[in-house]
Write a protein of this length. Structure first.
Length: 339
């Protein structure tokens, strides 16, 4: 019993240290986002602006450009990280992130249609895009059930096919759009923080906060799920209800975040595995995954803005990170004979 208690305390301490280090790293990136740019400002001036003072030459850049950009990165990155971890944990496959199995593609296609064809803008686009993201998830699930039998591998393959179909529809809409509208929408589809406004932030914060609380209340269930459905049922877990609630919550997260910032590539895909390797096994990595998503998004945005002569969308950098990791996963799974 003493050894069990020691092991539990050791894992809990490791989890807390990982969360603390990710918070510190995120705070450093937040400070860099607010202070660095085409013109760099002293930390003291930025703090004065955040406290409500007006500082000539600083207030506008911080309040209207850098602050919404930073907050968009923090909360959308957290949302993508949490959603990716939930999908990968439920489907027990590192490939099963929302941007791989078509959820993000569904949200993106709906947003592009509403912007280019219907002519809508603002929060109404976020709401309808989120609804279409949920509908996409339902369709993928229903197509994955054949004669009452559902398999995770089938859902992933169908999701990849649905994603390809939706991306083709998006490409068609862009081809028919006016040149200026197509260029603006293409930047959004690359995953960009450039057009995030402060008016987008309160709703994003509320959705991320509420959904995270709901999922955090289910962390004990997430610790049981990797042991298998039979074991979970034996412990009294209502798997159908729990899985449905988790998937709906994760879809809402990724859909709403995508409608605000665009589909920032690979954040959902990378956050869960990184968080799990840092925090270790035996305890849910939900919160670490969200923090990894935030750190990845902030760090990639800093790299995209400062490391190249041209200011690229943040999704270009995160996509470059995700591509080699996907190849590595596919090679490793092929060697192990995983299908």
């Amino acid at each position: 019993m003493t050894e069990l208690n020691y092991g539990f305390k050791k894992r809990a301490l490791r989890w807390r240290l990982v969360v603390l280090m990710l918070c510190i790293l995120g705070f450093i990136f937040v400070a860099c986002e607010l202070c660095l740019g085409s013109v760099s400002y002293p930390v003291s001036d930025v703090i004065r602006v955040l406290m409500g003072e007006t500082v000539d030459g600083v207030s506008y850049a911080v309040n209207h450009v850098r602050l919404p950009r930073m907050m968009g990165a923090v909360f959308s990155g957290f949302a993508f990280g949490v959603a990716g971890y939930v999908f990968q944990n439920l489907l027990r496959n590192p490939l099963a992130s929302p941007d791989v199995i078509g959820i993000s593609a569904g949200t993106s296609t709906a947003a592009v249609f509403l912007i280019l064809v219907v002519g809508l803008r603002g929060s109404i686009v976020s709401v309808f895009a989120m609804i279409f993201g949920i509908a996409t998830a339902v369709v993928i699930y229903r197509l994955s059930v054949i004669k009452g039998h559902f398999t995770y591998g089938r859902m992933i393959l169908i999701g990849i096919g649905i994603a390809a179909l939706l991306r083709a529809v998006t490409s068609y809409l862009l081809a028919k759009a006016a040149e200026y509208e197509a260029a603006t929408t293409m930047q959004w589809l690359s995953g960009s923080l450039n057009d995030v406004q402060m008016t987008d932030i309160p709703a994003l914060m509320a959705v991320v906060g509420v959904i995270t609380i709901i999922l955090a209340s289910l962390t004990r269930h997430m610790e049981i799920i990797p042991l298998g459905d039979d074991f979970a049922v034996a412990l009294g877990l209502n798997t159908r209800l729990t899985y449905s609630l988790m998937i709906i919550a994760a879809v809402i997260l990724v859909s709403f975040a995508t409608s605000v910032t665009g589909p920032i590539a690979s954040v959902s895909f990378l956050s869960g595995p990184i968080a799990s390797s840092l925090a270790g096994k035996g305890k849910s990595s939900l919160i670490p995954a969200g923090l990894v998503g935030t750190v990845l998004t902030l760090g990639a945005d800093l790299v995209a803005f400062h490391a190249f002569p041209v200011h690229y969308p943040v999704g270009v950098v995160t996509g470059l990170l995700g591509a080699p990791y996907m190849l590595y996963l596919l090679i490793r799974m092929n060697k192990r004979g995983v299908n």
